[in-house]
Design a protein around this ligand. Structure first.
Ligand code: 5GP
Length: 120
């Protein structure tokens, strides 16, 4: 079972504007901002505005509207950043084995250079 959502997690604070972030996108369903420790020339995090711990939680509990809104937002961020033609990579860590650090669903968006093979 997924842990309960913690309103004090760092991305909850970013969502509420209590901690600064370099936002590149926001709408009703999602916000996107630069990762504080980028591992690619472009490294953006896209998070839903709803309180979901992870992809597991979101895929099981979010409404169809929330899911559609979030998925569309991820695609729009990539398009707005001009990443479709060169290409990009999406990644979501879920839980302990993945090393998920922040317990609010986030999709990593990587781009800006050839990304090489997936490690796992
Ligand atoms: P995870 O390992 O949970 O998939 O990824 C968490 C990501 O959040 C990491 O890439 C980390 O650099 C990023 N991160 C952690 N704290 C902050 C923060 O306060 N601001 C921003 N913009 N990114 C953060």
């Amino acid at each position: 079972a997924t842990q309960p959502y913690d309103d004090q997690n760092i991305f909850a604070k970013i969502l509420r504007g209590e901690i600064p972030s370099k936002r590149v996108y926001e709408d009703q369903w999602a916000i996107a901002f630069h990762d504080i420790a980028p591992v690619a020339p472009i490294h953006i995090l896209v998070i839903p505005t709803g309180r979901y711990v992870s992809w597991d939680d979101f895929s099981a509990k979010a409404s169809a509207e929330e899911i559609t809104g979030f998925v569309r937002a991820v695609g729009k961020v990539a398009r707005d950043l001009g990443l479709v033609a060169p290409g990009y990579r999406l990644l979501a860590n879920v839980g302990q084995h993945s090393g998920q650090e922040v317990p609010h669903l986030h999709v990593h968006l990587f781009g800006g250079q050839p990304l090489g093979p997936m490690l796992v």
